[in-house]
Write a protein that binds this ligand. Structure first.
Ligand SMILES: NC(=O)c1ccc[n+]([C@@H]2O[C@H](COP(=O)([O-])OP(=O)(O)OC[C@H]3O[C@@H](n4cnc5c(N)ncnc54)[C@H](OP(=O)(O)O)[C@@H]3O)[C@@H](O)[C@H]2O)c1
Length: 512
């Protein structure tokens, strides 16, 4: 049965957004992200006929890999990680134009070789192609790659024309404000801002984009979307997993850098921003930066706006798991936080007095990402039974993952002869309405970069504004060592300090 017959809401949706002839060069093509996300994204774009007719895939890495071996590696990545089975006819079309160039990331001559490889593709084709450079390496080599893209002339190729070169740069975008500024400065010495696509894959998720649609395509929400009706906003990015095999990375990163500064801040910006004048990339990003700039500096220290913690031993999904300090590869004296929660205050007309609570952690009871808008409590006088006030606050929650959807908690009457109320939940689930085979975030983002749409990418000033809020926290924590670092049992929703953070305003965390 066709997808549109099972899910009639999909009918009539355009599937075609034309990209010009393109060569995508993936730096770090032998790596994990390439196999798990990028190759499957390219394949699925091909499956959906969204790749240009003249499309070329070039892998780049230090170890020499013959073209044929690269194609074999890519095919097995699709078999293992793609949302769709490998269709040999679709893959053959992509694979026919897939090749591999080897060289160092700091080796100018290797970039000249890459430039010649791309020029060769153009010569065979008899026309120009746009180059999209995807930097999917560890951050330590972002800068040498950028510099060599500049020095080899690849960055400036066709500058000012619609098919000018573009660069997608993976996260993390810096470790603090200073390093983000430094990376921006290198980027700007080589590329114009219009050529740069800083990725936060959360923005490619359907539900994150749906947040904008729900807010601005429905007349019922916008009049209520302010301090007069909203009590607080809670954003949760919870992981069930522990640090696993990523101890080396995580010890250097911690929860704040890994989740809060990027993904969770993007969710906050989209929830809190003013309506943009259009859906144009600059209009949307202007509004996001504006709201980030209205956030007040955080109060640090005991009783302040920030709580950090590490998980101790506990039970997750019924199984005992070790604490953070007992995990393989973790320094037993580590002060790295596996959990953080923050209270932000936004000083503008819409949000003054409405706390935005953000939390993220590892080894929480289950994996969930949600944004919950908690409305003010209704006056309960009409339905107060025996003096008991039991009306729930209306809550609108956007579930970003898993089980993407939207739900609204309302108060309803319990059937019966008495008038008693109970919170009831209205649910919209993506999978039920539209089917579960929705595109992965990377498909949308790679396509958008190919067609020159930066709406779902982070602008340079946005990255710096966000780091400007978080860097004082990192500096403060560094000065404190383990002082003030709390603990929570694995499998719980966080430490006591996180409850106290909300408790002082009469709020409590949801258990999503
Ligand atoms: N993996 C994920 O799920 C994920 C998710 C979100 C964001 N990211 C970001 O995406 C980027 C790539 O992640 P990844 O997991 O694919 O990384 P990775 O597997 O560790 O590295 C990718 C490739 O980069 C090269 N490389 C590795 N270490 C290097 C070093 N020290 N110096 C120079 N080159 C090195 C290697 O290729 P050659 O040896 O062939 O040159 C490697 O195959 C990172 O910035 C990461 O933060 C990853």
């Amino acid at each position: 049965m066709a997808e549109t017959e099972r899910h009639p809401f999909l009918k009539g949706l355009s599937k075609h957004r034309g990209a010009p002839p393109t060569v995508i060069v993936i730096f770090g093509a032998s790596g994990d992200l390439t196999a798990r996300k990028l190759i499957p994204a390219v394949y699925n774009l091909g499956f959906d006929n969204l790749l240009p007719a003249d499309f070329f895939l070039v892998g780049y890495g230090r170890k020499p890999i013959p073209d044929e071996e690269f194609r074999t590696m890519a095919a097995s990545a699709i078999r293992e990680f793609s949302r769709r089975e490998l269709d040999p006819a679709v893959w053959a079309r992509v694979a026919a134009h897939a090749s591999y160039v080897s060289g160092g990331y700091d080796e100018k001559a290797a970039f000249d070789k890459l430039a010649a490889h791309i020029a060769g593709i153009e010569k065979t084709l008899g026309r120009d192609v746009q180059s999209l450079f995807y930097i999917s390496t560890p951050p330590s080599v972002f800068e040498p790659i950028l510099k060599n893209l500049g020095a080899s002339g690849l960055a400036g190729k066709y500058l000012g024309q619609p098919h000018q070169s573009k660069v997608i740069i993976e996260k993390p975008f810096g470790r603090d404000l200073e390093s983000a500024r430094q990376l921006n400065s290198t980027l700007r010495s080589v590329f114009a801002e219009r050529q740069v696509y800083r990725i936060d894959h959360y923005l490619g998720k359907e539900t994150v984009q749906d947040l904008l649609v729900q807010r601005f395509a429905n007349a019922i929400f916008e009049p209520l979307w302010n301090r007069n009706f909203i009590e607080s906003v809670q954003i949760t990015v919870a992981e069930e997993v522990g640090v696993g095999s990523r101890a080396g990375y995580y010890e250097q990163s911690g929860c704040l850098r890994d989740m809060l500064q990027n993904h969770t801040m993007q969710l906050l910006a989209l929830t809190a921003m003013e309506p943009p004048v259009s859906l144009d990339a600059e209009a949307v990003r202007d509004e996001k930066v504006k709201v980030l700039k209205a956030i007040q500096p955080l109060v640090l220290g005991p009783g302040g706006d920030v709580v950090r913690a590490q998980y101790g031993p506990g039970l997750v999904a019924g199984k005992p798991v070790p604490g953070y300090l007992q995990e393989a590869g973790i320094n037993p004296q580590s002060a790295t936080e596996s959990y953080a929660s923050i209270r932000f205050s936004i000083n503008n007309w819409r949000w003054q007095g409405v706390p935005f609570y953000l939390r993220s952690g590892k080894r929480m009871p289950h994996r969930v990402t949600e944004i919950a808008i908690q409305f003010k409590r209704p006056p309960g006088t009409l339905f107060a039974e025996g003096g008991r006030f039991d009306l729930a606050a209306n809550t609108l929650s956007f579930q970003i993952q898993p089980d993407e959807g939207l739900s609204l908690i309302l108060n309803g009457k319990i059937p019966g002869l008495e008038t008693r109320t109970q919170p009831v939940k209205m649910n919209f689930r993506y999978a039920t309405t539209f089917g579960s085979n929705t595109p992965e975030a990377y498909e949308r983002l790679v396509l958008d970069a190919m067609i020159d749409d930066g709406t779902l990418f982070i602008r340079g000033d946005e990255a710096e504004t966000s780091w400007g809020l978080y860097t004082p926290v990192l500096d403060y924590w560094r000065s404190q060592g383990r002082n003030g670092l709390e603990s929570y049992p694995a499998g719980s929703w966080g430490p006591p300090g996180a409850d106290a953070l909300l408790g002082k305003s009469g709020h409590s965390w949801r258990k999503p």
